[in-house]
Design a protein around this ligand. Structure first.
Ligand SMILES: Cc1cc2nc3c(=O)[nH]c(=O)nc-3n(C[C@H](O)[C@H](O)[C@H](O)COP(=O)(O)O)c2cc1C
Length: 414
């Protein structure tokens, strides 16, 4: 029978063997990096590190854990579909909840229809739901882009401009800064980021985040940080760079390479919320890094479970089902056998989770094999799905608008 270590090697999925050459520390120049707090309207983000919104991941329990490690950053909720908020869909409303400890309540809205998105922003403002609103123009998922949403929308400059302008006109008088999250474009023949960044700035956005891939690139290949540098050159408002930051040194390197004002972290913190502490330290020139042993990781898993139980109003089963994917991320690379991983995936209650935790050896050190290495999804798009005739013109006809604004998806899970 295989010992637990070799079993791990066999049972764990290696999602990312396409390691980024930038993670080779020896390749980096050691030029100094200047990092200052970022101002978003009235809101100061003292450490310009953003938890990038992730559907199904960045609900308040995860945000709270990230913020405990890295106070002073910006922790954005997963995207809320404007139409779902306007319809007061209970699932969407749950995603708008914040924990009392969250310093900046940051919501992301997704919409295609400027009027519906404005109505959603009006709800956020009138009901005091958030301190900051981000707009999603980065989603590459077919069910979103085929309706002209997410990363497809900046191509249509008329709708894009109107949507940003209407949301800003509702949020700005209430002192709520609006920001936009964009991709490079639909593909390299249809790039939109410079124009989209410019429009966002002109319409009153306080910052732009660029995930430096196209829709067609989806999560494949590498985020092309040179495009972040281009956007930074092009705009006066702060630019947050996004894509492929797996460790604190990557964050420093992105700032050094691109001159961006801050960084946004998605997949790199899945199962590694302490990355926010490490980046904060790196930004302060402090060499200290947290690489917890298995005991500490399990303490985080237990706490995450407790917070999720609160999030789901005491429904342990829903909480533990939500937690399962996080457990897989937390345990990534640790010599934990396939049967134990399977047992975690079958947990239905906190007691089940604690029982499995008690079987692990807390003294096991953090596995260097996965330290600061890529994690999470890495696929290219099979095909970009867009509304019929979308690329033929940068603006929409009356008929196209009629077709588009019929129905937004209620759940656009990434
Ligand atoms: C599971 C998952 C869910 C995501 N959900 C959202 C979302 O709701 N809104 C959004 O703007 N981006 C979303 N993204 C994109 C991330 O915010 C981020 O832009 C992308 O993962 C690139 O950054 P990274 O290389 O640090 O992961 C999601 C990404 C993943 C992997």
């Amino acid at each position: 029978m295989a010992d637990s270590k070799s079993e791990t090697v066999l049972t764990e999925r290696h999602e990312t063997d396409n390691l980024d050459p930038r993670t080779d520390a020896s390749a980096r120049p050691d030029s100094p990096v200047h990092i200052s707090p970022v101002q978003l309207g009235n809101i100061t983000v003292p450490t310009p590190v953003v938890l990038s919104p992730m559907a199904g991941v960045t609900n308040w329990p995860f945000r709270v854990i990230c913020e405990e490690y890295g106070p002073d950053g910006l922790y954005v909720a997963e995207m809320i579909t404007a139409r779902a908020l306007v319809a007061r869909n209970p699932k969407a409303l749950r995603l708008c909840h914040f924990a009392p400890t969250e310093k900046i309540r940051s919501l992301q809205l997704y919409g295609v229809n400027p009027s519906i998105t404005e109505q959603a922003a009006r709800i956020v403002v009138d009901e005091g739901m958030a301190d900051h609103v981000d707009l999603n123009f980065g989603c590459p998922v077919p069910k979103v882009t085929r309706r002209g949403g997410g990363s497809a929308l900046p191509w249509k400059t008329d709708i894009f401009t109107e949507l940003v302008s209407r949301v800003v006109s509702v949020c700005e008088p209430a002192g709520i800064p609006v920001t936009a999250k964009i991709r490079v474009g639909i593909d390299h023949e249809h790039e939109t980021f410079l124009q989209a960044g410019h429009i966002a700035q002109e319409e009153g956005c306080k910052a732009v985040t660029l995930h430096a891939r196209t829709t067609a690139e989806y999560y494949g290949g590498h985020s092309d940080w040179s495009r972040i540098g281009e956007l930074k050159e092009h705009l006066d408002i702060p630019v947050f760079g996004n894509g492929d930051i797996w460790g604190a040194d990557d964050a420093l390197e992105m700032v050094r390479e691109t001159g961006c004002d801050g960084v946004a972290i998605g997949r790199g913190c899945q199962g590694r919320p302490w990355l926010f502490a490490n980046i904060k330290n790196a930004f302060q020139g402090n060499p200290e890094r947290i690489d917890p042993n298995l005991g500490e990781v399990c303490r985080v898993i237990h706490r995450h479970a407790e917070l999720l139980i609160q999030f789901y109003d005491g429904d342990e089963m829903m909480a533990v089902h939500d937690l399962r994917k996080h457990i897989a991320w937390y345990l990534k690379g640790f010599p934990v056998g396939g049967s134990t991983r399977k047992a975690f995936m079958e947990c239905e209650s906190l007691a089940d989770v604690d029982r499995e935790i008690s079987r692990l050896d807390p003294a096991i050190e953090y596995p260097p094999r996965v330290l600061d290495k890529p994690r999470g999804r890495v696929r290219f798009a099979k095909k970009v799905h867009l509304p019929y005739g979308w690329l033929e013109s940068r603006t929409t006809t009356h008929e196209e608008r009629e077709n588009l604004f019929g129905d937004d998806p209620m759940d656009a899970s990434y």
